[in-house]
Design a protein around this ligand. Structure first.
Ligand code: ATR
Length: 274
């Protein structure tokens, strides 16, 4: 947050409901300070019924960019002037930039996932298993396929996994239990299993020592799945890295500059429990 807000200070934010737990204001404001950008970032708690008027307000008041989070990532699409091809394929928008009074939608979740993975492993030619078939899974699967990995989608509700796989071009789909028979280099949990609990979507005997395991659950920072991955010799990647890298991409889209990953990561961890 700039110490001195003036008429020139740019306004950005995140639109979501409920808003209580988002760490995005801390992350983006810390990045603005580090990058010397005169801007302020707020959380806007918008009820679903008010989304259209909120987006009209964002346009009218000249905000520069807003992140879109749950539960608005799909519903926001009907309130935008343009949606890029990637966000269309994923079926969700998490970033809206305002240019010349036009609302332009894109998606940076898939980039967040692939960048977080690419810090630890190559993706081209790798075999990945994605657990879950919701909106987060769609962004992750899209990113993996873009990067040249082959993907199997496993989900509690198999039909959703099949639909997702067909839609995005994943190699296969099945029930969660199929993990026991699937050789893989990369495993990603996109289900909510493990969120503020000690549960895990995969029992430890199905984890592979030579694999990379990413959990998009970030609370707790080390989930049971990641602790099990570490203990069996696999490489764990916490969900915060996906959030950090998708935020960095939002900053890059807005400013044209690389954002400081370490600043975003520190702000994320420092705001735990807020
Ligand atoms: P998001 O858009 O955030 O990904 P979502 O669409 O609600 O959220 O998807 C949540 C995912 O977690 C789904 O894959 C869901 O499985 P179903 O499609 O069978 O509902 C999965 N999930 C949630 N709770 C689960 C549980 N207890 N066990 C296994 N999978 C679970």
């Amino acid at each position: 947050m700039p110490a001195d807000i003036t008429a020139k200070t740019a306004l950005c934010g995140i639109v979501l409901h409920p808003a209580g737990h988002t760490r995005s204001p801390r992350m983006h404001n810390a990045a603005y300070a580090a990058m010397g950008i005169d801007a302020a970032y707020f959380a806007f708690d918008v009820m679903p019924a008010a989304l259209g008027s909120a987006m009209a307000g964002i346009r009218a008041m000249g905000l520069e960019q807003v992140a879109i989070s749950l539960p608005h990532k799909v519903a926001v699409m009907e309130h935008l002037d343009e949606i890029d091809e990637r966000a269309r394929r994923i079926g969700a928008v998490n970033t809206v930039s305002v240019r010349d009074g036009r609302l332009l939608g894109t998606n940076t979740d898939w980039i967040g996932a692939t960048r977080a993975l690419e810090t630890r492993t190559e993706l081209a030619g790798k075999h990945a298993v994605v657990l879950g078939a919701g909106g987060a899974a769609r962004a992750v699967v899209y990113g993996l396929i873009e990067a040249g990995a082959t993907v199997e989608v496993l989900n509690r509700t198999v039909e959703r996994a099949e639909d997702l796989a067909k839609d995005l071009g994943a190699q296969g789909a099945g029930p969660l239990a199929r993990i026991s028979e699937l050789p893989h280099d990369i495993l990603i949990n996109t289900t909510s299993v493990g969120l503020r609990s000690d549960a895990t979507p995969v029992s430890v005997q199905h984890l592979r020592a030579d694999s990379v395991v990413m959990d998009i659950v970030y609370d707790p920072e080390e989930t049971r799945l990641l602790a099990d991955a570490r203990s069996c010799g696999a490489l764990p990647i916490g969900g915060k890295w996906m959030l950090v890298h998708q935020a960095a991409e939002q900053l890059r889209i807005w400013t044209g500059r690389d954002a400081p990953i370490n600043v975003l990561e520190k702000a994320f961890s420092a705001s735990a429990g807020n």
